[in-house]
Design a binder for this molecule. Sequence first.
Ligand code: ARG
Length: 464
Amino acid sequence: MKLWAGRFSKEIDPKTNDFNSSIPFDSRLFSEDIKGSIAHATMLGAAGIISKQDADTICDGLQGILADLQSGKLLIDPNVEDIHTFVEGELTQRIGLAGKRLHTARSRNDQVALDIRLYLKVQCDALCGQLRQLVEVLCRHALSYADAVMPGYTHLQRAQPITFGHHLLAYAEMFLRDIGRLCDAKARMDELPLGAGALAGTTYPLDRQMTADLLGFARVTNNSLDSVADRDFCVEIAAAISLAMVHLSRFSEEIILWCSWEFKFVELDDAFSTGSSIMPQKKNPDIAELVRGKSGRVFGDLMALLTMLKGLPLAYNKDMQEDKEAVFDAVDTLRLCLTAFIPMVETMKPIPENMRKAAAKGFINATDCADYLVNKGLAFRDAYKITGSLVALCIRSGHTLESLPLEDYQQVCDVFDDAVYDAISLERCVNGRNVHGAPAPENVRAQAKRILDSLSGKECMSHD
Ligand code: ARG
């Protein structure tokens, strides 16, 4: 029997019931739904809207349902319309008349808005926790490989020398921003919508602040229409998650490149690699590829949410039931990806010798050679041109800038002396890049330590 049975003379068509139902995906909200109802009933009792005794009976009944669902003793009926209907129906079956009083001064519209907020607040914390773990792993690697010189790239061409630690800390910065965005989204949605009713509030003397306090919300919402029509927070979270997926995907792409034979900058642990069914020599970075691949579905979730909302008149419309699968999928996907990605990164073995070898080729110290000439008094544009012809000379003669004889240098420009070899040594080039934010090993170590310090103990950390 439907909640709205009084108005109708027929049961809903069974296939349409399936179409209309959200139970296949909103049943995961059972504990939020029950906790929300306990707070609502407690407030109704305290405000004298229902009797204290009914409130107690309702709360006990709901606690019993929660315990039975958690233990698996009670199974959710797949034929009900949604989780709210299921809990209320079960409660009324268990406690009778008092159960029917629970929905006083409440609509499923403000109830569902409450449930998703409660759920997503917890998920934001969980995702931030995982992202913090990842940042910690990156900082620990950065400390170990602060001196490992590797080529930095632009256009995937060797460009200037950096260190592996510096490269990893670039990702740490991205994931810190992701944490910041999730925290911002959480703080903005930390408002109790309950009390908005279906759309226009209620005539009962509710104590909304009390319900907010019971449920740990920072504030109550200020407009009943917006309270039930707002899903901005789903979009914000899906957007924050999408960016985190962009970062994971870029990182995955680099890991995939790095463990190719062409690079061999890292070796993935066997436990986080897969083999081929036909090629015995293969060790594939499937985890990184899957993470890269899964970013697409999360962007799809974000688009689905934006598109679902864009034409909706105020206030609640059933279209909004589509919010859940999208935002749940975004949350689940990021969580799953991080669960595999973090230990993969933690156990990967960097190979500094290969990075160093790659850095020795490709003339990544050419800028430093030009800077050397600038220090000798030449204008940068002239220094740039001279260095360009030196590189061409090296390519013709099979040299690197390090191995090119001094006579050759001097033939191109007579200000060169022996000190050029020191000026273009890779270690020197890296050590010299010590302005704040640059890859000098001392910088990398200091920044990794600062991040590790800032991570310890902060529940929701913005990027500062
Ligand atoms: N299952 C619905 C949803 O997820 C709950 C709210 C239903 N409200 C309504 N008036 N039909 O959005």
